[in-house]
Design a protein around this ligand. Sequence first.
Ligand code: GDP
Ligand code: MG
Length: 396
Amino acid sequence: MGGYINTKEPEKAVLVGVANEEQSLLQVKDYLEELAFLVETAGAIPSRTFIQRLKSPDSRTYIGSGKLQEIHQYIQEHPMDIIVFDDELSPSQIRNIEQELGIRAIDRTNLILDIFAGRAKTAYAKTQVELAQYEYLLPRLAGMWTHLERQRGGIGLRGPGETEIETDRRIIRTKIALLKDLLEKIDKQMITQRKNRGKLVRVALVGYTNVGKSTLMNLLSKSDVFAENKLFATLDATVRKVVVGNLPFLLSDTVGFIRKLPHHLVESFKSTLDEVREADLLIHVVDISHPGFEEQISVVNQTLQDIGAADKQVMVVFNKVDAYTYVKKDEDDLTPKIKENLTLDELQNSWMAKSNAPSIFISALRKQNIDELRTMIYDKVREIHITRYPYDHFLY
Ligand code: GDP
Ligand code: MG
């Protein structure tokens, strides 16, 4: 189970997004860019995108029949292998679309699961992905039959479904129970492991995917006076002992969050997220150069709330200041400034004013403002340490 090596030509994908009446075109374009990035990550080529404005999705084919016709026409002239939707579709919608277009249809959840399956390296991560895949598959079995037969190559649910026997609902339920048991056992081992870490303040890097968490992790854990490159958990989240000044603490790099992550998927990754849940301090990394960074912040905050980590102390690190682009407005343009029309300084001031969490603007790549960040982390970690271990002052 798990990833396989695709030796064939990369598949060509049509991407489809549906916008409701409140969403701006810019926003939807942004969403589809992200979807294209996901498709690429999964190893396929995003070749063409279609957007439809709809009050609510069509119950039979998700998009309207006219739009479906248009896509059909298009793929007649430009052969495509898959059609990828930016939302979770019902099994019957997938079936109907596949019937009409004659190519495989994949929804966002399936795509994300596929990427996770390809990325999972440790047994633990693989088990979590497998569980998520089976939970996705269970309500879709009936519709999956033909789907699975055709999906030997290419992206989309390459985990379960490689053997016919597993398409039986009862077997899948048993499998889910077994996987949950297994995860519980590993969890117990990990709890013991974590207890053995001693009296160290725990800091977790959180944030949207691709904002620079790992880059920052490497930067912080490799440098300064002394840093120990020690892996505490060999499984999912990478945990390292970091020393800033004279103060040791644990820093973990966790899986990134993403928009529209279905709830059951988050549930399957509960154990990975323990690192976040048990942290004393969260460093929320934001990609300031991304046009949708504010929405990404809300997605992360919502996910933190979903996993029960909303009450944590948070420090916000606005990363990638080097890539921030400022679009100067014409003097006679009287429309209100949008955030692209703010200079970095203006943006910084407006954030500092409205956010109550301490924040800092940096570039992890160009190593800008890193000393200031270290000082900020030092102060906070020290404060937490003293509160937690009031008699432990010999350390300082
Ligand atoms: P993660 O998914 O949050 O762990 O993000 P990564 O650390 O893997 O970084 C994602 C991408 O952003 C990589 O290509 C990094 O090189 C890039 N990146 C990270 N920090 C910066 C930065 O400060 N400026 C710029 N321009 N790119 C950065
Ligand atoms: Mg990373």
